[in-house]
Design a protein around this ligand. Structure first.
Ligand code: AMP
Length: 279
C-alpha cells in the first residue's frame, strides 16, 4: 500500500493509474476506522481498479465546543487495517498541507445544508464542503463513496459536486450496523458500557416512527413520540428527529415521494446520529 502525505503525491499516484486506463475510487474518512468504513472500501472495489482512502480529522468542520481534540486518532492501527483490506493508497495529509498559511476560501452549500445538523452545528457543513472539494480536486479520482450514515452530508456533497462541476462520480453506501442495530461510528468509542446498552434505542425508535409514518400517521406526531421515548430510554437531549424528502431534505408531514427519517441525540457527552429510508 502506498502512503501519500501531500496533495502532489496523491495526484501523482492517481494520475499515473488513470494514464494506465485504471479507474480510481476515493473513500474520505476521519480515521478511527471500523467496519462501516471498510464497507465503503468494498463498494469502491466493485466499481474501481484502485482504492484510495484518506484519513484527515478536519478541524474546520468542528465547532469551538465540539470534540476535535478528543476525536479518536489511531493512525498505526488504521494503516494496518487498510493494508489488510486491500487499500492501494492511504492519503494522510497534515493540517498544514490542507490549510496552508493564509488559507481564505470557504465553500458554503445552501438549501440541503440548512436545518437538521446544519442548525445544531453552525459552520459544520461549510467545513465539510470545503475539505471534500479539496480532497476531490487534489486527487481527481473517478468516483468517491460516502456513507448514508451521514445522510445530510451525502446530500450536501452531491449538491457541491453538481454545482461546481467537479468531475467525480459520487456514490452513497448503506449504513453498517452492530447486531443490535446501533450504527457503527468512531464516536461509539466514547460510550460508557451503560450508555452503550441504551444507544440502540435511537435506531429502534427511528424504525418504529418510520413504520408509523408509512402507515399514515403525521410525521410530526410520530417524531414527537419517538423523541419522548428516547428521553425515557436515557438520552439526555434530542437535537432533532424529523422526516424529510430524501433528495431535497425539505420537511414532509405525509410523504408521497421517497423520504428519510433522521435523528440526532445526546447520550451523556456523546452525540449520536442515525437515519432510515421511508419506503
Ligand atoms: P467519518 O470517518 O466518520 O467521517 O466517516 C467517513 C465515511 O464513512 C463517511 O462517508 C461516513 O458516512 C461513512 N460511515 C461512517 N459510519 C458508517 C457506517 N456505519 N456505515 C457505512 N458508512 C459509514
Amino acid at each position: 500500500m502506498l502512503i501519500a502525505a501531500s496533495p502532489a503525491e496523491l495526484r501523482a499516484s492517481v494520475s499515473a493509474w488513470q494514464k494506465e486506463g485504471l479507474k480510481v475510487g476515493l473513500v474520505p474518512t476521519m480515521g478511527a476506522l471500523h467496519e462501516g468504513h471498510l464497507s465503503l472500501l468494498a463498494k469502491v472495489r466493485e466499481q474501481a481498479d484502485r482504492v484510495v482512502v484518506s484519513i484527515f480529522v478536519n478541524p474546520t468542520q468542528f465547532g469551538p465546543n465540539e470534540d476535535f481534540s478528543r476525536y479518536p486518532r489511531q493512525e498505526e492501527a488504521d494503516i494496518s487495517l487498510l493494508k489488510q483490506a486491500g487499500c492501494d493508497l492511504a492519503y494522510l495529509p497534515t493540517v498544514a498541507a490542507m490549510y496552508p498559511q493564509g488559507f481564505s476560501t470557504t465553500i458554503s452549500v445552501s438549501g440541503v445544508s440548512e436545518g437538521l445538523c446544519g442548525n445544531c452545528r453552525p459552520g459544520h457543513f461549510s467545513g465539510v464542503a470545503t475539505v471534500v472539494a479539496k480532497l476531490l480536486l487534489q486527487g481527481l479520482p473517478d468516483l468517491a463513496v460516502f456513507g448514508e450514515k451521514d445522510y445530510q452530508q451525502l446530500q450536501v456533497i452531491k449538491r457541491l459536486v453538481l454545482d461546481l462541476d467537479i468531475p467525480v462520480r459520487i456514490l452513497g453506501a448503506p449504513t453498517l450496523r452492530e447486531a443490535d442495530g446501533l450504527a457503527k461510528s468512531s464516536r461509539n468509542a466514547y460510550l460508557t458500557p451503560e450508555e452503550r446498552k441504551v444507544a440502540p434505542s435511537l435506531y429502534r425508535l427511528l424504525f418504529e416512527a418510520a413504520k408509523r409514518v408509512q402507515a399514515g400517521e403525521a410525521a410530526s406526531l410520530a417524531c414527537f413520540e419517538a423523541a419522548k421515548a428516547l428521553i425515557e430510554a436515557g438520552f439526555a437531549k434530542i437535537d432533532y428527529l424529523e422526516v424529510r424528502d430524501a433528495d431535497s431534505l425539505a420537511p414532509v408531514e405525509h410523504p408521497k415521494a421517497p423520504a428519510r427519517i433522521l435523528g440526532a441525540a445526546w447520550l451523556g457527552r456523546t452525540r449520536l446520529i442515525d437515519n432510515l429510508p421511508l419506503t
